[in-house]
Design a protein around this ligand. Structure first.
Ligand SMILES: C[S@@+](CC[C@H](N)C(=O)[O-])C[C@H]1O[C@@H](n2cnc3c(N)ncnc32)[C@H](O)[C@@H]1O
Length: 201
């Protein structure tokens, strides 16, 4: 046993490499994973709902996209593959997660357009056409709010944020809170207890 959480900066548990297989965006994916990262053994059901229900970027999408809290990188890999004219910033506090995301981006052939970074290493001038996140609810409400208040304002004026949150973990109250902060929030989809929220200015 260790005291690691999935959002530990430097997990101490042995990495125990493994692979995660899933199907989204019309293709099958096999990505590398390891102990000490979020949902290490399968694509998280919330992430699955997000990637199947939100409007994925396309060949026509340009600019920078953000995968906030990338874990082993499933969202970043799907975004970069779906939208070959974009650059995807994959951000996580967990060093092991960042290493896996970089390896997975190389594995699916998009390493040249996926920038894996710790939060403080994203250049301040970068703004995002889209923000995608299965956010880290377990860090606590105050920290989660601070995280969203840090990154949502970096959306371009016409940018779109896509969030997935389990209803039982506060998806509906998060939607209300975002509206109170002045964001427009639409419940784009609801499936298997998960809310997919579309956030705009
Ligand atoms: C719910 S997991 C989602 C991981 C991955 N996107 C997926 O779908 O499997 C949230 C991620 O946010 C990361 N995280 C926690 N606090 C963070 C912070 N302050 N900034 C960026 N990422 C953070 C965690 O380490 C974790 O990998």
């Amino acid at each position: 046993m260790t005291g690691d959480h999935y959002f530990t900066a430097e997990p101490t548990a042995a990495a125990a490499p493994r692979e995660v297989e899933f199907s989204v965006a019309g293709r099958d994916w096999t990505l590398a994973s390891a102990a000490g990262v979020f949902s290490a053994d399968r694509l998280d059901p919330g992430t699955t709902v997000l990637l199947r229900k939100a409007d994925l970027p396309t060949a026509a999408t340009t600019g920078a996209l953000l995968d906030l809290g990338c874990g082993f990188g499933p969202i970043a890999c799907v975004l970069a593959t779906s939208a070959p004219a974009t650059t995807v910033w994959a951000v996580d506090v967990n060093e092991r997660a960042r290493g896996l995301t970089a390896a997975n981006a190389a594995r699916v052939g998009v390493a040249d357009r996926v920038r894996v970074a710790a939060p403080d290493d994203v250049p301040p001038e970068v703004t995002f056409a889209q923000l995608w996140s299965n956010p880290p609810i377990r860090i606590g409400k105050a920290e989660l709010h601070a995280l969203l208040l840090r990154w949502l304002p970096r959306l371009a004026p016409d940018g779109v944020g896509w969030l997935v949150v389990a209803r039982h973990l506060g998806g509906d109250s998060l939607q209300r809170w975002l509206v109170e902060q002045g964001w427009r929030v639409e419940r784009h989809a609801s499936q298997k207890g998960y809310r997919v929220l579309r956030v705009t200015r």
